[in-house]
Ligand binder design. Structure first.
Ligand SMILES: *[C@@H]1O[C@H](CO)[C@@H](O)[C@H](O)[C@H]1NC(C)=O
Ligand SMILES: *[C@@H]1O[C@H](CO)[C@@H](O)[C@H](O)[C@H]1NC(C)=O
Ligand SMILES: *[C@@H]1O[C@H](CO)[C@@H](O)[C@H](O)[C@H]1NC(C)=O
Ligand SMILES: *[C@@H]1O[C@H](CO)[C@@H](O)[C@H](O)[C@H]1NC(C)=O
Ligand SMILES: *[C@@H]1O[C@H](CO)[C@@H](O)[C@H](O)[C@H]1NC(C)=O
Ligand SMILES: *[C@@H]1O[C@H](CO)[C@@H](O)[C@H](O)[C@H]1NC(C)=O
Length: 658
């Protein structure tokens, strides 16, 4: 058998070592063998590889000058892969049983502002994975999840909690077989020698961590152990019983896979050893190269040289001038902002993306500011950049602290927040671009194209499921506060997606901290908001009810030009309901479509949601059941929910708020 030891040198000791021990370092052991099948390897750093072809780097993976293997960088939606170039024989060809194996490696995860996705040690049948970035960790894609013909075994070191894959937290180690739903997982940590108390260990601390993975084919168990140093704990953090014989092919590749998503981390491997049927050679962290976190976008300028005083004056002067010029354009970043994800863009990037916020790229103007169409590097073809200005630092800061959680909200019926930028009082938010604009444009004021009922029904069902996710699907309840047709955006397949969630909160506080004002749009505002000023999931339900009515009636919730009795949509629909003439309110453009029962159901549901009494409104979950036809609407719609205030007064109040 042929065994190759590929040693490498740490950068600072290179020259000294080369002089004294060149022959020792570059050794190559060739033992007599009948086949040239490798059974082990050892990389103490990745510099000066004896066989430069021993590793296959794919996608963005790179070996840096100092011998660190970098799988990804801080750019989003990347994948990085590295494999040992030759496959290993993982199974006995006579009896088909998997062999034992052992591997150890030292890795580091350096997050950008907040951490992106993690990485994995993988055993795969091929070096060409048809995988996706983001939560798929570069291992699999949405179509092949769980497929037995993947023949994929991975040990994931995951730094994002993905509910879709039932992740336990945002800092865990898991064993994945053919799927990203781990067969077993545990919060990252380790047991100190002789201690049975688990020590927590942050995977994304930006410090090196050593991992040991051992598979025993007699006991059929995989053990995973991690530690912040090369002192190997005796007790593994994760132990999983499985016979890998049925999952592995006879020949398999071993390697690493990492990805970035909306948020990004850089993933590094500093050293790696592996062996089939035996213990992998030990790695010593202290002899490995070290990685430095990639520079943040804003680091202080350091001048590190000795200069004569004349030169110094010159340098200081030019630095001052440089900054004076630069200051005009630069975003001043405060400490608290650095803790915020998702992706932070520079003002310059966004300015460039939108052609200097030119009118040519202006998509529209909403309550919270102007929206521009933009093109960013390394991103989807188009993004929407919303520019909101705000004077209150207090409200801004509070909102910013929510951005990191808003950025993690992922649902097909929400407009994805991709990133942000703040420049003085300007807040710039980057969202997915929605090809078909907002729903109001296709509903009101005789639009060029009209939506048929099937489209409309699918849109409201989509919005309901997005709201249910805001309500229940995420670790904290997110109240939208401004649900209305112009905040429902339509993607290229006319799916309804809710935009601007959380943004209304920014405007609830005026410069006087402690006071709260009602924000939203008249006609969508639940009556209790005028009394309490406190938005709740139930006030969101009220606004959703108004949305249902407008979709079925094809008009705004408050129509100043309408007859007095028709001015407030919900009152008018109630009145017609009482008269048993609800068909009168249906959008005339929907006439002749055979969906009357569905339209009536949506109108009644709109009325139920618009009840004056919050407790009598259904929950989002109940609404989704009604819309999916899995529950029947109650016969009696309850007490009529009219806007019991004076309309004129409300309008005045509204005008004073906007
Ligand atoms: C990350 O890698 C990609 C692909 O190699 C490259 O285009 C991009 O500029 C890199 N980003 C950074 C921040 O280094
Ligand atoms: C493969 O399995 C056969 C039958 O169990 C056994 O005799 C042989 O030693 C095994 N070979 C290896 C390399 O383990
Ligand atoms: C592990 O999970 C995969 C995919 O979910 C499943 O096919 C497999 O049976 C599981 N294996 C074990 C041993 O639980
Ligand atoms: C599993 O993958 C194989 C090969 O790609 C494919 O032929 C098969 O249809 C897939 N099975 C399922 C259930 O998707
Ligand atoms: C470890 O983390 C868990 C959950 O994150 C936490 O409850 C526990 O207090 C932590 N333990 C220590 C010793 O920090
Ligand atoms: C796995 O861990 C268990 C529990 O500590 C231990 O008894 C067993 O020997 C370990 N097996 C391997 C292959 O490391």
């Amino acid at each position: 058998m042929l065994t190759i030891f590929a040693h490498s040198l740490s950068p600072n000791t290179t020259w000294k070592m080369l002089r004294i021990s060149l022959p020792l370092l570059l050794f190559l052991i060739v033992s007599p063998s009948s086949s040239s099948q490798p059974t082990e390897f050892f990389f103490s750093g990745f510099k000066h590889l004896i066989d430069p072809n021993s590793l296959t780097l794919a996608d963005v993976a790179e070996i840096e000058k100092n011998g660190v293997l970098r799988l990804t960088n801080h750019t989003h939606f990347l994948q990085g892969h590295t494999f040992y170039s030759s496959p290993f024989k993982f199974k006995n060809s006579t009896d088909g049983r998997a062999f034992s194996f052992s591997t150890t490696f030292v890795f580091g995860i350096a997050p950008d502002l907040i951490s992106g996705d993690g990485f994995a040690f993988i055993i795969t049948p091929s070096k060409n994975l048809k995988a996706s970035s983001g939560q798929y960790l570069g291992m699999l894609n949405a179509a092949d999840l769980g497929n037995l013909s993947n023949h994929l075994v991975g040990i994931e070191f995951d730094t994002v909690q993905n509910l879709e894959f039932k992740d336990i937290d945002d800092n865990h180690v898991g064993i994945d077989i053919n799927s990203l739903v781990s067969n077993a997982s545990v919060a990252a940590g380790y047991y100190r020698q002789g201690s049975s108390t688990k020590q927590n260990l942050s995977l994304k601390s930006g410090k090196p961590i050593q991992a040991w993975i051992d598979y025993d084919s007699i006991d059929n168990v995989i053990n995973v152990t991690i530690a912040p140093s090369s002192k190997r704990p005796t007790t593994p953090i994760l132990s999983f019983h499985v016979d890998l014989s049925m999952f592995l092919n006879e020949f398999m590749y071993v390697g690493f896979s990492a990805s970035t998503g909306q948020l990004a981390s850089s993933h590094y491997v500093l050293g790696w050893s592996f062996k089939i049927n035996g213990q992998a050679q030990t790695l010593d962290l202290s002899s490995l190269p070290s990685f430095s976190r990639p520079p943040k976008k804003h680091t202080a300028l350091t001048v590190g040289m000795s200069v004569s005083s004349a030169n110094l004056v010159l340098i200081v002067l030019s630095v001052v001038i440089y900054f004076m010029i630069k200051m005009k354009n630069v975003d001043m970043v405060e400490d608290w902002e650095l803790e915020i994800g998702p992706q932070r863009y520079t003002y310059h990037e966004l300015k460039q993306a939108t052609d200097g916020f030119s009118n040519k790229t202006l998509l529209g103007q909403g309550g919270f500011g102007r929206v521009y169409k933009g093109t960013l590097k390394n991103s989807k073809p188009y993004v929407a950049v919303k520019r909101a200005s705000h004077e209150s630092k207090q409200g801004l800061r509070e909102f910013m602290s929510e951005i990191s959680s808003l950025g993690q909200l992922r649902h097909r019926n929400l407009v994805q927040l991709l990133g942000w930028c703040r420049r003085r009082g300007d807040l710039l938010l980057v969202y997915d671009f929605m090809a078909n604009g907002s729903l109001d444009k296709l509903l009101f004021d005789n639009p060029k194209t009209t939506l048929n009922w099937d489209h409309r029904f699918r849109i409201v069902k989509g919005v309901a499921s997005g709201l249910l996710y805001l309500d229940e699907g995420y670790e904290q309840i997110v109240i939208h506060r401004d649900i209305k047709a112009s905040n429902v955006l339509l993607d290229d397949e006319l799916n309804g997606r809710l935009g601007d969630f959380g943004l209304a909160k920014l405007y609830e506080h005026d410069s006087n901290p402690g006071t709260t004002r009602v924000v939203g749009t008249l006609g969508y505002l639940a009556p209790e908001l005028f009394k309490t000023g406190k938005a709740t999931t139930s006030s969101d339900v009220y606004a959703f009810g108004a949305l249902l009515l407008e979709v079925a009636c094809g008009r705004r919730p408050v129509e100043h030009k309408a007859l007095p009795e028709e001015m407030v949509l919900v009152d008018w629909v109630w009145e017609k309901y009482r008269q048993g003439r609800m068909v009168d309110v249906v959008d005339t453009k929907l006439q002749g479509q055979n969906n009357e029962s569905e339209i009536m159901m949506v109108l009644k549901l709109g009325l139920i949601c618009s009840n004056d009494v919050p407790a009598l409104r259904p929950s989002m979950r109940q609404i989704v059941l009604y819309l999916d036809g899995e529950a029947e609407l109650p016969e009696n719609l309850g007490p009529p929910a009219a806007f019991d205030g004076d309309v004129e007064e409300a309008l005045m109040l509204h005008d004073s708020l906007v």
